[in-house]
Design a binder for this molecule. Structure first.
Ligand code: SF4
Length: 393
C-alpha cells in the first residue's frame, strides 16, 4: 500500500486571535503536510496561496513576463504557464529568471516537455503521472523533478477523466475524480516522490466540492482548489466563491486558483477577495460600501469604482468604509480605519480610526481619501517595521 496518510484529527484554527474573541468565526483548517513550490510553502500552516495562469503564448517570453508582472503586482504567489511546445519550454528559462514568484509549467501528456520544463527551472510541473506513458518515461520525469527540486501538481479534471473511469462510473462523479487522483498519487508514491499537491476540479460546483471533500478525508497532501472553467468575471466569481469559499470555510484547501474568462490579474483579485471575506488572508484595502439609494449624499457607485481603481497599489491590509448617508455610515465607520459618510450640501464626514475627524467637499473627496489611505498605509508599514522594544531597553 502506498503511503497516503490521512488527514489529522486535530486541525489548527486559521485565525487564532480572531477565533479566541469571536468563536463563530472559527475555521478549523485540515492539517495537510507541507510541500515547497520553489521558495513558497504550500500546506501545513503556510498561508493559503493565490495562483493564476498566464494566457499569452509562452514562446513570447516578453509578453508572458509582462503579464506575470501584472499578476505579481496583484498579489499572485505562484503563476502557471502552459508549455505545449518545445518553443514554449525554450522560453521558460527566461520567464523563470524574470519572475519573482515560482513558475508552474503546465504539461499535458508530453513527457519531453516535462523534462525540458524541469531543466528550465520550473518550480512545479502540473502533470498527471498516470498519463505520461511508459514506466521508463514516468521514471525519467520523476527523476528530473527530483533533480531540479520541482514539485508536481496532479490536476484531475472532470472534463478529461480517464476513459476507464468514465466507463466504470458512467459519468464524471466525485468517486471517479477521487479514484483518478489516487491512481496518479500511487504512481508518485511508488517512486518515493512526495513533493506533490493535488486538484480535483470540475465546472460543476457540487461535483468539485464533493470530490475535494472526499479526497481530503483520504490523503494528507496539500490540496489545490479550483472550480474549473467557472465562466466570466461575474458568473465565475460567484461560482468560485461558492465552491472554493465553502471548501475553505470547511477548512479544506492550501492554495487556490480562481478560473475566469477574464485577465489573470482579475483571478488573483477575486482569489484575495474570497480569502479576505473569510478572514483567512488580507491584502490591500478592504472596502465596505453601501449599494446607495435616494438618501446618498454623493455618488457612491462612481466613488467606489474610482477608489478601487486608484487604490490597487496599496498592499498593506486596512479597511475603508464608503457609505452614502448617516443611516449606516457612522456605524460602519466605527469598524474601519478610514470612513466617509455622505452629508448634505456636498459636504461629507471623514472618520479616522472610527472617530469623526473632519469634513470634505464633493469635488475633493476622491483625491482626499486616496491621500488618507496612502498615509495610513505608510503609518501601518512604519509601525510594522518598528523593532519591538524589550523591557530592558
Ligand atoms: S447607507 Fe444611506 S445611502 Fe447607503 S444604502 Fe443605506 S440608506 Fe442608502
Amino acid at each position: 500500500m502506498f503511503g497516503l496518510g490521512f488527514a489529522a484529527a486535530v486541525p489548527a484554527p486559521i485565525c487564532a486571535t480572531m477565533s479566541s474573541i469571536r468563536p463563530w468565526r472559527d475555521i478549523e483548517r485540515r492539517k495537510s503536510r507541507q510541500i515547497m513550490v520553489g521558495a513558497v510553502p504550500v500546506g501545513g500552516d503556510a498561508p493559503i496561496t493565490v495562483q493564476t495562469m498566464t494566457n499569452t503564448p509562452t514562446e513570447d517570453a516578453a509578453a508572458t513576463i509582462e503579464q506575470i508582472r501584472r499578476c505579481e503586482d496583484a498579489g499572485a504567489d505562484i503563476i502557471r504557464v502552459s508549455c505545449p511546445t518545445a518553443e514554449s519550454t525554450a522560453a521558460l528559462k527566461e520567464i523563470v529568471r524574470a519572475a519573482n514568484v515560482p513558475i508552474v509549467a503546465d504539461i499535458h501528456f508530453h513527457y519531453k516537455r516535462a523534462l525540458e520544463a524541469a531543466d528550465a527551472g520550473a518550480a512545479c510541473l502540473r502533470i498527471n503521472p498516470g498519463n505520461i506513458g511508459s514506466e521508463e518515461r514516468v521514471r525519467e520525469v520523476i527523476a528530473a523533478a527530483r533533480a531540479n527540486g520541482c514539485a508536481i501538481r496532479i490536476g484531475v479534471n472532470a472534463g478529461s477523466l480517464e476513459k476507464d473511469l468514465l466507463e466504470k462510473y458512467g459519468e464524471p462523479c466525485p468517486e471517479a475524480l477521487v479514484e483518478s487522483a489516487l491512481d496518479h498519487i500511487r504512481v508518485l508514491e511508488d517512486h518515493g516522490f512526495h513533493n506533490y499537491k493535488v486538484a480535483v476540479k470540475a465546472s460543476d460546483v457540487f461535483l468539485a466540492v464533493a470530490a475535494y471533500q472526499q479526497l481530503a478525508d483520504q490523503v494528507d497532501c496539500p490540496l489545490h482548489l479550483g472550480v474549473t472553467e467557472a465562466g466570466g468575471l461575474i458568473g465565475g466569481t460567484v461560482k468560485s466563491s461558492l465552491g472554493i469559499g465553502s471548501l475553505l470555510w470547511a477548512g479544506i484547501g492550501d492554495t487556490i486558483r480562481v478560473s475566469l474568462s477574464a485577465e489573470p490579474e482579475e483571478e488573483v483579485r477575486v482569489g484575495y477577495e474570497i480569502l479576505k471575506s473569510l478572514g483567512i488572508r488580507s491584502r490591500g484595502v478592504r472596502v465596505v460600501s453601501c449599494p446607495s439609494c435616494a438618501r446618498q449624499g454623493f455618488d457612491v457607485i462612481r466613488t467606489v469604482e474610482a477608489l478601487e481603481e486608484r487604490l490597487q497599489h496599496i498592499k498593506t491590509p486596512m479597511s475603508l468604509s464608503v457609505l452614502g448617508c448617516v443611516v449606516n455610515g457612522p456605524g460602519e465607520a466605527r469598524e474601519t480605519d478610514i470612513g466617509i459618510t455622505g452629508g448634505g450640501n456636498g459636504t461629507h464626514m471623514v472618520y479616522l480610526s472610527g472617530v469623526t475627524d473632519h469634513h470634505v467637499r464633493d469635488a475633493d473627496m476622491i483625491d482626499h481619501i486616496v491621500k488618507l489611505v496612502e498615509a495610513k498605509a505608510a503609518e501601518l508599514e512604519a509601525a510594522e517595521a518598528q523593532p519591538t522594544l524589550t523591557a530592558a531597553e
